[in-house]
Ligand binder design. Structure first.
Ligand SMILES: *Cc1c(COP(=O)(O)O)cnc(C)c1O
Length: 396
């Protein structure tokens, strides 16, 4: 293979050249309804005019200066994120994995501060936290680890949505923190029991552990709250963000509260690009646009409506194991691997994702219209029936 790119993705044979809201056009001029939003990134849809305007105006003024100086756009976005989340401060990165790296470093500082020599973080099976060495180690997926050993030390893994297994680690004096997704994204749109986060909060309080939420996929309105933890009445000590924050412009954030907010000192952590004026201006526009257009409440309502409609259309079928989700993070679990559905959908002008082998994952832009939501439900339903038919006849 003489392709110029490293072979990290089995790419589909389509390339998009233009987008508008929830519609994408490929190089042949064919249009697609986007029910993926670049994996929960483009919450405001493609080429949102407010985002485009900010990128152009800020780029014409100033894009980068370095964190050796004060950056007003960074302070503004930080203040807005803190106001929205109730956290105390923020570190800006360029990606989700980097935001989690900051969180992992906070956990280690927190542990050492209590004289724990080898601090460990509790992480979950089927979790996804990124592709850097520490975040791939935190990730609960063998395929992500394979070939990259030796992995990073200091992680203890337990099943997701199993509060007892976390409680049982209270005796382990090395634990300094718990890192968990409020809803697992890559792991299959797994929504834990309503009491799960609250239970983790209590155990963390009892043991002086940091409760660290990876909201990289669930944050910025995706689940029908600005942050998924706001479905509960607890707050984390650390929260990481990325995907939805820049609507496609690369930016991540690690927010901290209370003792966690006082751990980093100058020299402990840094980044050249992170928090640059361009990225932070875009993040600020994304947040204010979401807030001004009441997109969070809209997401909550639309998500409930789509899940109800999917239940009506598919809930009785024996091959459908589960229909679940929170806001516009929707999973339909089929009784067999269904990766082929992605290509079938593409042919039918719809962009979807399949994760954890057998879970159709829908992450449409938060700005989709009622009619577009309806079309997603109808098309996915039809595709699932078509897929089941072909997969049965294959076996005959
Ligand atoms: C996407 C994702 C990450 C990694 O983000 P990158 O920007 O790809 O590094 C981490 N955690 C969760 C929950 C994610 O969905």
């Amino acid at each position: 293979m003489s392709a110029p790119l490293m072979n990290t993705y089995a790419r589909l044979p389509v390339s998009f050249v233009k987008g508008e809201s929830a519609t994408l056009w490929d190089s042949e001029g064919k249009s697609y309804l986007d029910a993926l939003a670049g994996i929960a990134v483009c919450g405001l849809g493609h080429a949102h005019p407010a985002v485009t305007e900010t990128i152009c105006t800020q780029a014409a003024k100033l894009t980068h200066t370095s964190n050796l100086f004060r950056i007003p756009a960074q302070e503004q976005l930080g203040a807005l994120l803190i106001e929205q989340s109730g956290m105390d401060n923020v570190f800006f990165s360029n990606s989700g994995a980097e935001a989690n790296e900051a969180a992992i470093k906070l956990a280690r500082l927190h542990g050492h501060k209590q004289s724990i020599e080898n601090p460990a973080i509790i992480v979950m099976e089927n979790s996804f936290h990124g592709r850097t060495m520490a975040t791939l180690t935190a990730t609960g997926n063998r395929k992500v680890h394979a070939g990259f050993e030796p992995l990073v030390q200091g992680f203890v893994r337990v099943p997701y949505d199993d509060i007892e297994s976390i409680k049982n680690l209270s005796k382990n004096s090395n634990i300094a923190a718990v890192l968990v997704e409020p809803v697992q994204g890559e792991g299959g749109v797994n929504v834990p029991d309503e009491s799960y986060l609250k239970g983790i909060r209590e155990i963390c309080d009892d043991n002086n552990w940091l409760m660290m939420l990876d909201e990289i996929q669930t944050g910025i309105g995706r689940t029908g709250k600005m942050f998924a933890f706001q479905h509960t009445d607890i707050k984390p000590d650390v929260m990481t963000l990325a995907k939805g924050l820049g609507n496609g412009f690369p930016i991540g954030a690690c927010l901290a509260r209370g003792v966690a907010a006082e751990l980093f000192q100058p020299g402990n952590h840094g980044t050249t690009y992170g928090g640059n004026p361009l990225g932070c201006s875009v993040g600020h526009t994304v947040l204010t646009t979401i807030l001004e257009n009441n997109l969070i409440q809209r997401t909550e309502e639309l998500g409930l409506k789509m899940i109800t409609e999917f239940e009506l259309a598919l809930g009785d079928q024996a091959f459908v194991k589960d229909i679940r989700g929170l806001g516009l993070m929707i999973g339909i679990e089929i009784d067999r691997p269904c990766g082929d559905l992605v290509k079938m959908a593409l042919d039918a002008g719809l962009i979807i994702n399949v994760t954890a082998d057998s879970v159709i994952r829908l992450l449409p832009p938060l700005v989709i219209s009622d009619a577009e939501a309806e079309r997603i439900v109808q098309k996915v339903t039809q595709l699932v029936f078509d897929f089941i038919e072909t997969s049965v006849s294959d076996g005959e």
